[in-house]
Design a protein around this ligand. Structure first.
Ligand SMILES: C[S@@+](CC[C@H](N)C(=O)[O-])C[C@H]1O[C@@H](n2cnc3c(N)ncnc32)[C@H](O)[C@@H]1O
Length: 235
């Protein structure tokens, strides 16, 4: 088996579904029922739309939630076609036991983008999506019980240095409620290499008075990507 990398220039805008988030972060209803949830680097994910439809108090943050949403929703639709073509050339490198096929992977992303797009433009969606970038979020201290960061922080490790990751994690901890959690996935980069500074970052998180542990993801896909990071804010 060849081990080619997934070529990517800049940060892609993807749109995973609520179910993918539940798998990725091994979420149970009890995790979601605890209060406000924040999806950081939410992109075109339908997590917030679907979580709200189920009665959870979910919000999302992304630098793209600003200006002409129509243009980048179109861009996200193009990204689905681009990533499908890239995956087609790398099929052997992935575990398809969850998605089943390339076609159903693509259909899932398309459905997620439609759900996101409908929600973000709806009356109900107003106020759920905040335009902001790590490492500085315009959100209050101690505000969210559960915070996610899916497919941003370590996936693009080659583009963002360790300092950025320390600052970003400190910011996520600031907006997390005492007793709450931050969950980050994946812990590898687009070169399929484990994030080099994870141990150092975990030591830093502990120095901030938080606990950090790795947990097994329930989303089999990227073969080298087996775990996500949980940061627990003690107080
Ligand atoms: C690969 S997408 C992930 C989208 C979604 N979380 C998912 O799993 O499908 C990465 C997202 O990170 C966002 N992003 C880029 N720079 C960021 C920053 N400094 N802070 C927060 N989000 C950022 C991009 O706009 C993009 O929507």
């Amino acid at each position: 088996m060849t081990n080619e990398i997934y070529e990517q220039i800049g940060v892609a805008m993807t749109c995973r579904s609520f179910e993918e988030y539940c798998r990725m972060f091994d979420l149970q209803a009890s995790d979601l029922e605890g209060g406000a949830i924040l999806d950081v680097a939410g992109g075109g994910s339908s997590f917030t739309a679907e979580a709200r439809a189920q009665g959870y108090e979910a919000y999302a943050v992304d630098p793209r939630y600003e200006g002409d949403m129509k243009a980048w929703i179109y861009e996200a639709a193009e990204e689905i076609a681009t990533s499908t073509a890239k995956l087609a050339g790398l099929m052997e490198q992935f575990d398809w036991s969850y998605y089943g096929s390339l076609e159903s992977h693509r259909e899932g992303r398309e459905l997620s983008l439609v759900r996101f797009s409908n929600h973000v433009r709806s009356k109900e969606g107003q106020g759920c999506y905040v335009a902001a970038s790590l490492p500085s979020l315009p959100l209050g201290d101690d505000s969210y019980n559960l915070i996610f960061c899916s497919h941003f922080l370590f996936l693009y490790a080659e583009q963002f240095g360790y300092e950025f990751h320390e600052q970003a994690v400190a910011e996520l901890i600031r907006v997390c409620k005492p007793g709450g959690q931050i969950r980050i996935y994946p812990l590898i980069s687009l070169h399929w290499k484990p994030y080099l500074h994870l141990e150092r970052l975990i030591a830093h998180i502990r120095s901030l008075g938080c606990e950090a542990v790795l947990q097994e993801t329930k989303l089999p896909f990227i073969q080298a990507s087996t775990h996500y990071l949980i940061i627990m804010k003690i107080n």
